[in-house]
Ligand binder design. Structure first.
Ligand SMILES: [Zn+2]
Ligand SMILES: [Zn+2]
Length: 250
């Protein structure tokens, strides 16, 4: 890949990028990245360097990346029609592999925890159910296990979790957020698609006991936000491991 892209594909500055097509065909790029197993870091870094590539990545490469990493989930998310992922495969790809952390004085708390890539995260529809009020449980929400940041919060161990709704535009949660005039976060936007974020806690739509049980977190230390496109991100304070848990780990 290095040879092809450095020798034939010369544009390196997005501001001066003039390539439209002709350096390499889309088919050739497809084959190269298939060979790289849709390496997300390569896709992301080349997208920064070339507009033409960025466009191709948004249309094709991120979709293939998502389909390869989480095939069952992607088939389910798409099964209600072409608009169910809102065309934003790049946002979804990033959601799969990036824990957004927390800016200083930004989202949720004043503790700064930088975002980072994660090797592999499990998303589950069963888990997602625990984050929906009982009367919204016909909605489909895929949620991750918490990414544990131990001893990094003011209160102790912090967990970040993230997720995505299927067909968010038609979901009960979205309807209810609108009916209840749920507030948006005043300053922060979705780290995956840059849309505004509804505050689920302020809308009293967090089922605290089932969510805390699923996360292993304190009931009064959970909050999460849903963006206009149905991406979810949240933070919680994790319960300390009990003596028995620690004993079994030794
Ligand atoms: Zn993390
Ligand atoms: Zn979003």
């Amino acid at each position: 890949m290095t040879i092809i892209l450095t020798k034939k594909h010369r544009c390196t500055h997005s501001s001066t990028c003039v390539c439209t097509k002709g350096h390499l065909t889309e088919e050739a790029i497809f084959l190269v990245f298939n060979n790289l197993n849709w390496n997300p870091k390569s896709i992301a870094s080349l997208s920064c360097a070339c507009k033409w590539f960025d466009d191709l990545a948004k249309r094709v490469l991120w979709k293939e990346f998502c389909m390869t990493r989480a095939p069952k989930m992607m088939l389910d998310l798409q099964s209600s029609g072409i608009h169910s992922i809102d065309g934003n495969w790049r946002a979804l790809g990033k959601l799969l592999i990036y824990c957004s952390g927390n800016k200083k004085d930004g989202l949720f708390t004043s503790t700064q925890i930088p975002g980072h890539f994660v090797y592999r995260t499990r998303f589950s529809r069963t888990s997602g159910n625990s984050f929906l009020l009982p009367n919204c449980r016909t909605d489909v929400l895929y949620m991750s296990d918490p990414c544990e940041h131990l001893d990094q919060g003011e209160e102790g161990d912090v967990g970040f979790f993230r997720g995505i709704f299927k067909s968010f535009g038609n979901s009960k949660v979205r309807k209810m957020l609108i009916t209840r005039s749920a507030p948006f976060h005043p300053t922060e936007v979705c780290p995956y698609c840059k849309a505004k974020l509804w505050n689920m806690l302020a809308a009293k739509m967090v089922p605290l006991s089932s969510a805390s049980c699923r996360l292993g977190a304190y009931e009064d230390c959970i909050e999460y936000y849903v963006c206009l496109n149905g991406h979810v991100l949240g933070i919680c304070t994790l319960l300390p491991l009990s003596d028995s848990d620690e004993a079994t780990e030794e």
